[in-house]
Design a protein around this ligand. Structure first.
Ligand code: 5CA
Length: 436
């Protein structure tokens, strides 16, 4: 992409309404525009990050055996009356009436709808296990939407739903999602810790929140610091095998968002780490809470019909864009981990119009594009100081700086955003360093 043709509305001033770093930086870097309280338009740079996050989650869901679908945002109220949640959900649910006076709602989650789809087609244990997921906008009319995409009213969620014939297999499905979550967050460059959690309006008695540690987090967290050293399963993890050992390792040590007294009783003082955190995902196992009232039955090997055993698994895709910035920024701006960076490299032309500079920029741009590095070429007439500030603000992992003075001696400058390290190299050496 050439910056002269792109849409990157960066702000010079700090927006007054932003109280935390991620909100401030997303607005300043031209990623986001507020359209109403808790409702945002994703501008091109922000949208690229959102898509990268979504793709990592999608790949890990697929690897773990889940199957992607797409359910609508609007749902019939009658469906929610079947589970009893229509009245229970309260003011957070946005209720809508259509021209035929039918009651609808903008989905805050999809347990009812997926159960309705499941029961229409699946009747036998032979068709199980099944795990269906989608990545779709949700609406929750939060009392206090705040911190930008961290607590929005409209937000993008990945939600998966598992169905099994019995409790033991249901737990195995839960374990697969647990491991897929560890892998997804690590691939994005985040350290997320699973913590025992309350189940709230989703229900059930087994749940974990996945929390990224950050000072601005909404929840207080109490954990055993040894959790931060546990290994995350690699790509070769066998999702058909028994994952209960991995889950046991990750749930043995104390980690929770409440109950300071129990924490102190169970954790040696030297291992205690109290911090704040951002919840980026939550897993639930609730057995037949929806399948029983909604009659989503499957016949077992004995020929007897029983409600399917279910779990649901959410990831806050849009919240993750904010959480990533909370975890990776400095005074000058965002520092994207490579896996979620909107562009891989910023190529900065210090003198557009200079023949040698233009030729070097074009050749770097072509080579980086061929190598799949998604370069953003700053070919605008802005002053170098402004260009450097923008590059630091938008946080691309590499900056390749090309100017007439360096080229006269055959060199360019390469800067790594995360460390600030700068090297003076020949252009082909710089390209080799980026392409690794
Ligand atoms: N049905 C279940 C799992 S599929 C569910 O809805 N779980 S949840 O309520 O925990 O939401 C899943 C994830 O969505 C949360 O972990 C959080 O990361 C994200 N999320 C929830 N509410 C908001 C919000 N108001 N703004 C941004 N992200 C949110």
């Amino acid at each position: 992409m050439r910056l002269s043709r792109y849409f990157l509305p960066v702000l010079k001033q700090n927006p007054a309404e932003a109280q935390i770093a991620s909100h401030r930086l997303m607005l300043r870097a031209g990623m986001l525009r507020q359209e109403a309280a808790g409702i945002y338009a994703w501008l091109p740079l922000g949208f690229r990050v959102l898509r990268k996050i979504e793709q990592i989650v999608r790949e890990e869901m697929d690897r773990a055996g889940a199957i992607e679908v797409l359910m609508p945002t609007l749902q019939l109220a009658d469906l929610w009356r079947e589970s009893g949640r229509y009245d229970d959900y309260g003011a957070e649910m946005l209720r809508i009436t259509d021209r035929h006076e039918r009651e609808l709602l903008y989905g805050p989650t999809n347990e009812e709808m997926i159960t309705e789809i499941f029961r229409a087609y699946i009747k036998s244990y032979k068709e199980l296990p099944k795990n269906l997921y989608h990545i779709q906008w949700k609406f929750r009319d939060e009392q206090r939407p705040r911190f930008g995409v961290m607590r929005g009213r409209e937000f993008l969620m990945k939600d998966a739903y598992s169905f099994d014939v019995d409790d033991e297999r249901g737990q195995a499905s839960y374990n697969r999602m647990f491991v897929a979550y560890l892998r997804s967050f690590q691939r994005m460059g985040l350290q997320a810790v699973p913590m025992r959690a309350e189940t709230g309006p989703i229900g059930g008695d087994l749940s974990h929140e996945f929390i990224v540690l950050a000072q601005t987090g909404e929840s207080a967290v109490f954990l055993d610091r040894r959790m931060l050293e546990l290994p995350v399963p690699g790509e070769e993890v066998d999702y058909d095998g028994d994952l209960s050992g991995v889950v046991a390792d990750w749930t043995r040590l104390y980690a929770a968002t409440e109950d300071a007294a129990r924490y102190e009783a169970e954790t040696a003082e030297a291992d205690r780490l109290t911090a704040r955190g951002i919840e980026v995902g939550q897993t639930f196992y609730f057995g037949d809470k929806y399948s029983k009232p909604m009659k989503a039955n499957v016949s077992g090997p004995d020929g007897v019909d029983r409600p399917a055993q279910m779990g649901s698994y959410g990831v806050g895709i849009s919240r993750l864009a904010g959480a990533l910035i909370e975890a990776h920024h400095d005074e000058a701006g965002i520092i994207w981990p490579d896996a979620v960076a909107p562009f891989g490299v910023g190529v900065v032309s210090l003198r557009p119009g200079d023949k040698a500079v233009d030729a070097a920029c074009e050749s770097a741009y072509a080579a980086l594009t061929r190598a799949g590095k998604e370069p953003l070429l700053d070919d605008t007439d802005d002053r170098p100081g402004g260009k450097f500030a923008t590059m630091d603000l938008i946080g691309l992992p590499w900056q390749l700086i090309i100017g007439p003075r360096g080229l006269a001696t055959g060199v360019v400058e390469l800067k790594r955003r995360a460390t600030g390290e700068r090297r003076t190299l020949k252009l082909d050496e710089a390209l080799a360093a980026i392409c690794g």
